[in-house]
Design a binder for this molecule. Structure first.
Ligand code: SAM
Length: 249
């Protein structure tokens, strides 16, 4: 039975390409890629000559029909994105859902994901976290978006681009407060890989002070709000109750 393989590719360092990913990319009939020119460079580096078709946000629905037809013909297909794991802030969700609905197997071939790489080395609590993708591009929407997350107790994970990292950090200070611990992970697996940790205000001022720290790709991590201790709440509530009861009597 034919298979759609969802294959992770490197996020910078080509050594992160796995032997299994290479073997499968070589063996499938077709590679569905987010950007065939971009992925063409990766594939030619590894001397893989498998034909490609473009599957991106704007043509995913049309291309899914073509892909399902190929699968019906008994051909295996691989899905890749520009970098990292497909479907993680990348196209592929609609395709994967439809391929599954059509009764075919979808097999993950795991590897890089910037969010997981960042979380694994940042030193922020990793037992519970929420991935929120890219913050909105417009400033008011972004502030509202962050403000809506200010009480979240899980670690919050975001993706951000070099054009918006400063604006996003400023909005983080505003929404989460200057003292909230945050970390930015920049250029993971690449030459200028950098982690900057501190309070939101400290990280913002470091990035403001050094234009080099605005270059490249970012994962932004905001530690969760402190858990509200139930016993504190109870003692506070009973204090209030005591006052009210005293008033009533
Ligand atoms: N699917 C990818 C993954 O698994 O990580 C993410 C794709 S998303 C379109 C691209 C964003 O991922 C970038 O804007 C950045 O926030 C993050 N990213 C990708 N590569 C990165 C790297 N080497 N270092 C830091 N962040 C990276």
């Amino acid at each position: 039975e034919s298979v759609l393989y969802v294959i992770a590719t490197p996020i910078g360092n080509l050594e992160d390409m796995t032997p299994r990913a290479l073997r499968i990319l070589e063996s499938v009939a077709l590679i569905a890629a987010e950007d065939t020119r971009h992925s063409g460079r990766l594939l030619s580096h590894f001397n893989i000559k498998t034909p490609m078709i473009a599957v991106h946000d704007h043509n995913e629905r049309q291309q899914q029909q073509k892909i399902i037809e190929k699968l019906q013909q008994g051909l295996d297909i691989a899905l890749i994105s520009d970098a990292g794991t497909p479907l993680i802030s990348d196209p592929g969700f609609v395709l994967v859902r439809e391929v599954r609905a059509a009764g075919f197997n979808v097999v993950p071939v795991p590897g890089c994901c910037a969010m997981v790489a960042a979380l694994s080395a940042a030193g922020v609590p990793s037992d519970r976290f929420a991935f929120e993708g890219f913050p909105p591009a417009k400033s008011q929407q972004r502030l509202n978006f962050f403000s809506g997350l200010a009480a979240e107790t899980r670690t919050l994970m975001f993706y951000e681009s070099p054009h918006r990292i400063l604006d996003s950090l400023a909005a983080v200070v505003e929404a989460f407060g200057a003292d909230r611990p945050i970390v930015i992970a920049r250029e993971l697996t690449k030459t200028f890989e950098t982690f900057i940790a501190g309070t939101a205000a400290e990280v913002l001022s470091k990035v403001e002070a050094d234009p080099n720290q605005r270059k490249g790709e970012f994962v932004l991590m905001v530690e969760g709000a402190p858990e509200i201790d139930d016993s504190d709440l109870d003692s506070h509530a009973s204090e209030v109750l005591d006052i009210l009861l005293a008033e009533l009597s």
